[in-house]
Design a protein around this ligand. Sequence first.
Ligand SMILES: Cc1ncc(COP(=O)(O)O)c(C=O)c1O
Length: 368
Amino acid sequence: MRRFFRPTWAEIDLGALVGNLRLLRKRVGPRVKIMFVVKANAYGHDAVLCALAAQKARAADWLGVSSVEEGLALRSAGVKLPVLVLGSLYPFESVLAAAAHDLTPIVASLESAKRVAEAALRLRRRIDIHVKVDTGMGRIGLRPEAALALIRNLSVLKGIRVQGILTHMAKAENDAAFTGRQLSAFKRVLKALDKEGLRPPLAHAANSAAALRQPASRFDMVRPGLAAYGLVEGFTPVLTLKSKIVYIKTAPRGATVSYGATWRAKRVSRIATLPIGYGDGYVRALSNRASVLVGGKRCPVVGRVTMDQTMIDVTGAPGARVGDDAVLIGRQDGAAVTAAELARHCGTIPYEIVTALTSRVPRVGAGR
Ligand SMILES: Cc1ncc(COP(=O)(O)O)c(C=O)c1O
């Protein structure tokens, strides 16, 4: 564990993480594999910590990352599970590094397929790939007809095996009709491939929302991120963002707090300072909006969040003193501040709140 003095850290409850993955497994059934998505440092939860916990508990079959770099970091930490690189392979030099470390690339164009074939020839080994089909996300991915044509072409190429085929859902959390159309397009491709004996062994499409809401989206494997981190109802939040009060003072009525003097005390107030700010990913948009838990009480953030420090009004938590724990995301004595709540304050989504946490915040594994 990294040594740190500044009392600001994120606790990662690995027991909760494994529990969430097991719950997902129960919901999708034993025949459907689980690709645990650990891109963007496991949505800010520490990819190495989370991947090793999932591997040890045999709670995931695959891992999903966004880049070769993210995959290499897992491999150097001893992660042995199959890893799919979900992002674009461009620039193609990364193919060799990916293949050398058993990272499975996604192919979404004839050009990238050719580069993988060249790498296979050079390394004198077969490279497994997954072909990405765009059924409505409009990001990387071949249109269904082009995907069919590519897989037909690849079936005669020696160095490549099409192990998987995937698509990605654009609106699974709130639009069953749109998702249904995406799934129909994907199924048509699979059916055509099946007819020609070319259906790859692993077809996958579902993010958390689709996996939980649309059983028809599960195919051979699901790719949860959000639910695994407990950021979906019914799952246990994995991350607790904590700090400690490092300073308290009494502000007279009329006193202002922080840059721009945007908050003014309407009464004599006790103002506590926490050593966390937007330099840690506790974003400035939370200024004068968010609450922080101290002694199980919700204490409002007052004034602007600064780069390194944030002030809260602890007048409503009379026992508060220097050294007390402050929970910025998570639970304390029955009270809770969720990533979803912070996201609403900022007009964004919980994904952005947790991935915003910077490397300055030590992640501490707990709960196992
Ligand atoms: C290709 C792909 N699959 C799966 C996921 C996981 O999605 P979620 O976190 O909503 O479960 C993502 C995340 O954005 C993704 O980009």
